[in-house]
Structure formats: C-alpha cells, structure tokens
Design a protein around this ligand. Sequence first.
Ligand code: BTN
Length: 244
Amino acid sequence: MEPRVGRKVLRFDAVESTNDTAKELLGGEADEGTVIVADRQVAGRGRHGKAWFSPPGGLYCSVVLRPDDTNVPMLNLISGMPVVKALRHWAVLATLKWPNDVVFRNRKIGGVLCEGVYRQDMFWVVAGIGVNTNTPLDRLPAEVRTTATSLKAEADVEVSNEEFLEYMLREFDKVYRASQSSARSVLARDYMALCSTIRQRVAVETAQGTVRGTAIEVTSRGALVLLDDEGRRTEVVEGTVTLA
Ligand code: BTN
C-alpha cells in the first residue's frame, strides 16, 4: 500500500510558519499526507503561544491529516512518537515529555504543535513538527539555549534534514495508520513506552491551577493521570509538566 504521509512534500526556503502555509494550501495543493517543509521560519510558533525559534539547520515541517475521528488529543500525543523514533535511529535515546515535548537528558530537542481546522464541514489536523537536528544552538535566544540541545550536539554527526525527514515520515505514516485502525488503548500503551513522564513526581501547570502527584498513566483519550500522596487520582488534559 502507498504511504499516505509524505506522498507529497512541498519545500520552501522560508515561511512564516509551516503550519500557516499548510492551512493556506489545505484542500488545494495540500491534501491528506502532504508535508510542508521549510529551511527556516520567520514566525515559528510553539505551544501556549510561545515562539519557536527556527534558524537554518533545524527541521521545520507540517503534516496535513484528515483523521477519521476528531480525537485530536491522542493525535497530538502520538505525533511526537516519530520524532523520538527517528532520533533513536541515530542513537539519541530521546523520550517524550507529556504531551509531546521531545527531550534528551532533560533538554528539549523537538516539539509538536497540532492544530485542528474546519474547512467546509471537513475536519483537518495540521501536525507541525520542529526538530533541532543541526540547529546552531548559539543562534537560539539565551533563555532557550540553556534548556535545548540538538541531534548534532548529542550524536556528534551531521544527519541531513532530508534523510531525517524521510525516516521520520515513514514512522509517522505507521503511527498514523495505527491511530486510524488500532484500539486507542494500544496507542496509549505504545505512547507510554516512549514517555519519560510516567512514574515521575511532577507538577502540571494547568489553566485551573497546579496539580501535583506521581504520573501513573496516559488514558486512551490522551489525559495524564496523577496520583497524589493521599491516593487521589486526577486526569489532566492540558498543561505544562515540570519535575516536582
Ligand atoms: C512546542 O514544543 O512548543 C511545539 C513546537 C512546534 C514547532 C513546529 S516547527 C514546524 C511547525 N510550524 C510552526 O510554526 N510550529 C511547528
């Protein structure tokens, strides 16, 4: 069967944000499985309205999807898995920090911004992925530099973005197909196998306040389950995790 993800790759030198370019091209040049990739972004966006600094050297791409259902939280989670798998292929034992930060030795090496879009009654998801492949870390702002790392710095090899993207998209296709056919509990289990937040004592900053406890699992709807010292169980659907 032809792979759906990556069957068409549209390349740009510079864009504001590959997610925005993908949204502009939705349903026209960009159909399900199309990938938008740029050498740099001038207005790259991260989660929670943060900027994603995008100098040449890093990998910036967005995958256009038309999922069978609207379970964006789970898709949001599993979109980080191909990044981890590709980094591991090049010997960087990265993990996922819930929901989809890609980290290595507590430093961020990649991230995912999934956005849902309705167009004429059709539901699309644009999964934007940024990976510090060959990002010159000294070109990042000081506050990011101290908490970031790159494939090049960790593996001491220069993998071309082309090669990394090709591997990552093959993995993305596998996980996306699984998300459309397998039980969500299976996906949650596969996700947890790559997620280093599980079994850690954490504080999760949510819009409703900070929740503390030990992360014990991720539900089939993508929520992180915390158990506090009194044995109370809380499910968090959105938030930023720090180690407690
Ligand atoms: C995060 O960790 O905060 C998510 C970062 C997502 C960055 C990628 S780079 C490609 C795509 N285009 C964007 O503007 N953002 C995503």
